[in-house]
Design a protein around this ligand. Structure first.
Ligand SMILES: Cc1cc2nc3c(=O)[nH]c(=O)nc-3n(C[C@H](O)[C@H](O)[C@H](O)COP(=O)(O)O)c2cc1C
Length: 365
């Protein structure tokens, strides 16, 4: 299968380039009978789109989705669902000198060598964060399917920007406030500090990274297959496809490696007749299979590479050192735009496994 598609039963293909005619998604394998209209997808796209605040890029992208196939009389038909966004507000001249003068930290250099300069470099082409809008198209449908059929609920929020962190215990009680501020952190006081950190980076012509935590509840026991189809493998593969992601961890993650087994093991208990674990250091996955406990994962984003500060690079043709000031309207921190993207890819992977395991039927009634 090509590298633009993911999934076995819910097969999502992402297409388009940042400054081409359009970007879009094809979803093949969505059951028939799901009530679906453009506004179901638009709602989630609107949470990701740029130009909404001073802490994201000032590019104005309307990101208006059109469904071209797979929906009839307001319901999915079981046929492939094709969705597009026609591109607007492109300033391709900002990118003209970047193929031969690669930005430090961006894809310009390896892409130029790999495709011998044939790749569409405008706006970052296939490597652009803009392509994450296509993830959200497929994710919005997956999320709706999961909620309606098996009651799965996913939320993702900014839990760290630079060195400013939010305590994840508090987040579950505040999840309704995630989108009440531009940072997408449910704690308003921490959100304000994160905002100041992003603005300070922006003012100095720089950028800053951060972490998104994602929590999914009500997952049935049994999603995920040994060995290469483990839930962790498939989720990691999907999440590492988000540009700027440099780390994914589950449950106690890297911190867990500092603990003893007696501290990290989650003991089984019975609660209201159901087998659960007292703690959830496993993050809801054992042996690559969902345990029924909440799926908890964190995704680390590097600071965006396109910064206004002067940097050093090399002219690819002459191999001579040159200095570079990146033009254009870039995100000083990509994290506030990414919670819906993380939500989407988690939902895409979970729905694929739920279909494979027979938890979702081929027709929704
Ligand atoms: C929502 C989103 C928006 C992004 N916006 C920018 C941006 O404005 N400027 C930039 O340099 N990188 C941006 N990125 C990251 C780059 O696309 C990414 O760093 C680049 O393609 C290189 O890939 P890598 O960082 O995964 O190695 C964005 C990423 C996401 C998820």
């Amino acid at each position: 299968m090509s590298s633009s598609s993911i999934g076995q039963r819910y097969v999502f293909t992402s297409f388009g380039e940042s400054h081409g005619r359009c970007i879009g998604a094809v979803v093949d394998g969505c059951p028939a009978g799901l009530e679906l209209e453009e506004k179901d997808i638009q709602k989630m796209l609107d949470l990701r789109k740029p130009g909404q605040s001073v802490i994201t890029t000032q590019r104005k992208e309307e990101d208006k989705v059109e469904i071209l196939s797979g929906v009839f009389n307001g319901y999915t038909t079981g046929a492939p669902i094709t969705m597009v966004i026609w591109n607007q507000d492109q300033r391709s001249r900002d990118y003209e000198n970047l193929t031969l003068r690669p930005r430090p930290g961006h894809s310009d250099y390896p892409a130029y060598i790999k495709y011998s300069g044939f790749n569409d470099y405008r706006g970052g082409g296939r490597f652009s964060g803009r392509l994450t809008a296509t993830f959200v198209m497929a994710g919005a449908i997956a999320k709706k399917l999961l909620t309606q059929t098996i009651g799965v609920d996913t939320y993702s929020y900014t839990c760290q920007v630079g060195k400013i962190k939010m305590n994840s215990q508090a987040a579950s009680k505040m999840k309704s406030s995630i989108y009440s501020n531009e940072v997408r952190c449910p704690d308003p006081k921490i959100a304000e500090k994160m905002r100041s950190t992003i603005l300070a980076a922006k003012r100095s012509g720089d950028s800053v990274g951060g972490i998104i935590e994602s929590v999914t509840t009500n997952i049935p026991v049994g999603l995920g297959e040994p060995i290469f189809g483990s839930l962790e493998s498939d989720l990691s593969k999907a999440l590492f496809s988000i540009p700027a992601v440099k780390g994914v961890e589950f449950g106690s993650g890297f911190y867990g490696s500092t603990l003893h087994g007696s501290e990290n093991n989650d003991e089984f208990i019975t609660k209201n007749g159901k087998i659960v674990t007292k703690t959830n250091n496993a993050g809801g996955i054992l042996g690559g299979i969902s345990t029924g406990m909440p799926l908890v994962l964190r995704v680390a984003f590097k600071p965006a590479s396109s910064i206004a500060k002067k940097q050093h690079t090399v002219d690819v043709k002459t191999k001579k050192p040159i200095s570079l000031i990146v033009q254009g309207r870039h995100d000083p921190c990509v994290v506030p735009r990414a919670p819906p993207v993380v939500d989407s890819l988690v939902s895409v992977v979970l729905v694929d496994h739920a279909l494979r395991a027979g938890f979702i039927p081929p027709v929704i009634r």
